[in-house]
Design a protein around this ligand. Structure first.
Ligand SMILES: *Cc1c(COP(=O)(O)O)cnc(C)c1O
Length: 372
């Protein structure tokens, strides 16, 4: 069928026709029309976190990880020491990239099935005065667990340490208010809950720390301070911008605002998540996380215990029915993941559950129940 499959993946995700059509235009990167799009997108991004008084936002070319790396390179001095509470795959990635950039890193191990404990972060900061910054993954996309941003931000503020937040999979869906939650840097990207296409990230930098970031970055391309200063002077990106991606993001943000902004998006994703979990439960599937710690972004399900189950076949059969699933990311348990984000609603989630039911029948699996 000549129709795109529904992407049940946490970016890239299904986008609207209007967002796709916004890419059918060539832009000159020095042109005033394009600079106006950059300026508008930056304004509206600040609206999302109520950050106009406290923060600037700096866009950067590349996938989301590029912006996480840039945030660390820009905000953490070379002699800095970063604490990473680790309850999943994206925490491990943040620790690794920080270490590879030559900053000292300490990892605070935590259980994958639970949110990070703010009291444990507090104790780790109390025990080691050399820690300058904490990196928190807001929604750990590896499992789908929501980490306590406000609590960890309060701990960092009280102890006088910096906070870098990877809000890649939560920004624009879960509430983040820069007026009440203090962070030095918060990172997100075009192709997640704003429902744009992938290709650029953006980092909110706290105004009070921006000047002190000059010279921290060991990388030219990753230097957000330099990008910020240059953009301030010229209205332009330093190097070739992802023009089509930005135009798509501009269109996606217009639709986000029309839909009702973050509360409306959270409501839709919450409905998607409930529809999915309830429908899958009727087929015997069990989510990895307890409902109270599950963010409505991505759901990890245990693999069925049935001997005929095989993820590759399961994936291919669901794809043949028009739905793209996502592999699991846990090291100890066999799982798969289903995203709740993108330009999809209850109908698509119900259809996805039907596709899974049909897939199980084809594979001769009577129930999705795991071996617990
Ligand atoms: C998507 C995501 C990223 C970025 O991943 P890329 O593949 O580089 O776009 C980073 N952190 C989290 C929590 C994510 O969900």
């Amino acid at each position: 069928m000549d129709r795109d499959a529904i992407l049940l993946t946490p970016g890239p995700l299904t986008t609207t026709l209007r967002t796709k059509l916004a890419m059918l235009k060539d832009w000159g990167s020095w042109d005033a029309d394009f600079n106006a799009v950059t300026a508008r997108v930056r304004e509206r991004l600040l609206d999302v976190v109520h950050g106009h008084d406290s923060h600037v936002v700096v866009p950067l070319q590349g996938s989301g990880t590029f912006s996480v790396e840039a945030a660390v390179a820009t905000v953490v001095p070379r002699q800095g020491h970063v604490l990473v509470p680790d309850n999943g795959a994206y925490c491990k990635r943040a620790a690794r990239l920080t270490q590879m950039m030559g900053r000292r890193v300490s990892v605070l191990p935590a259980a994958e099935e639970r949110p990070v404990d703010a009291a444990a972060v507090d104790a780790a900061l109390a025990a080691d005065a050399s820690i300058t910054h904490v990196i928190l993954i807001h929604c750990e996309t590896g499992t789908g667990v929501e980490n306590p941003l406000a609590e960890v931000a309060a701990v960092c503020e009280r102890r006088g340490r910096g906070l870098i937040v990877d809000a890649m999979s939560s920004f624009a869906a879960l509430p983040i208010d820069a007026r009440s939650v203090r962070f030095d840097a918060l990172v997100a990207a075009s192709g997640k809950c704003l429902e744009g296409v992938p290709g650029m990230g953006f980092v909110f930098l706290r105004r009070a720390i921006v000047d002190a970031c000059a010279g921290n970055s060991q990388s030219l391309a990753m230097d957000l301070h330099d990008q910020h200063v240059y953009m301030g002077k010229t209205g332009q990106w330093r190097f070739t911008p992802p023009t089509h991606v930005l135009a798509a993001l501009d269109a996606a943000i217009a639709q986000f605002v029309e839909e009702g902004g973050q509360p409306a998006r959270l409501a839709r994703y919450g409905d998607n998540c409930r529809t999915l979990v309830d429908g899958m439960a009727a087929l015997g599937f069990e989510p990895f996380l307890a409902p109270e710690v599950q963010a409505p972004i991505i759901v990890t399900f245990h693999a069925p215990a049935h001997p005929a189950y095989d993820f590759k076949r399961f994936y291919a059969a669901a794809k043949a029915r028009g739905f793209i699933l996502y592999p699991g990311k846990l090291t100890q348990l066999e799982t798969f993941r289903v995203g709740c984000i993108g330009a999809i609603g209850r109908n698509e989630m119900q259809q996805a559950v039907h596709a899974v039911a049909d897939t199980l029948r084809e594979m001769g699996i009577a129930s999705g129940a795991p071996a617990l």
